[in-house]
Design a protein around this ligand. Structure first.
Ligand code: ZN
Length: 143
C-alpha cells in the first residue's frame, strides 16, 4: 500500500510517498529525492556509516518523528542511466547520466563493455527538482 506523507526533509506535502510493506515501510520523496526505510534506524546506522566520505552519507538527515535516517537517492536503472547527487555537502545538485554506446576511440580501454555511463554530459538539476530528473529518465510517476 502506498500513501502520501509530509516530507521531513523538504516539507513537500504531495510528492513524498510511503510504501507500506509487510514488515517495514520505505519512503521516497520525488521533490527533494531523499529516501528512507523504517529499518534505517540509529542502531542500524553503524553499517550504513561505513562509507561516511560518500556524499549521500554526508547529506543524511535524521527524522526525529520516525527515528530513521533519510538519504539522497541513487537511482540506477541500468540501460536508462543513473540519477545521483553530486557536489559538496554545502552545495550539491542532482545529476542524470545516460548510458551511451562506447565511442570507437575508447573501445580499446573498455574491451568487455558495449555501453558506458556518460557522466561527462550528465544533466544537472536543482536539489528540489528530483522529479525532473526522473521524468527525463522516463521513470516519473504521474504526480
Ligand atoms: Zn522531500
Amino acid at each position: 500500500m502506498e500513501r502520501v506523507v509530509d516530507c521531513p526533509i523538504c516539507n513537500d506535502v504531495d510528492r513524498c510517498f510511503e510504501e507500506i510493506q509487510e514488515v517495514y515501510s520505505s519512503f521516497m520523496c520525488f521533490n527533494c529525492g531523499f529516501m528512507s526505510d523504517t529499518r534505517f534506524t540509529e542502531e542500524n546506522d553503524s553499517q550504513v556509516e561505513q562509507n561516511a566520505s560518500i556524499l549521500t552519507n554526508k547529506l543524511k538527515t535524521f527524522d526525529k518523528e520516525r527515528g530513521i535516517y533519510w538519504f539522497p537517492s541513487v537511482v540506477n536503472m541500468g540501460t536508462l542511466g543513473i540519477i545521483y547527487p553530486e557536489g559538496t555537502e554545502e552545495e550539491w545538485s542532482w545529476k542524470f547520466a545516460k548510458v551511451t554506446p562506447i565511442p570507437e576511440e575508447k573501445k580499446s580501454a573498455m574491451p568487455n563493455y558495449e555501453n558506458m555511463l556518460d557522466t561527462d554530459s550528465a544533466k544537472t538539476y536543482d536539489k528540489f527538482d528530483f522529479l525532473s530528473a526522473c521524468k527525463d529518465m522516463g521513470i516519473a510517476k504521474d504526480i
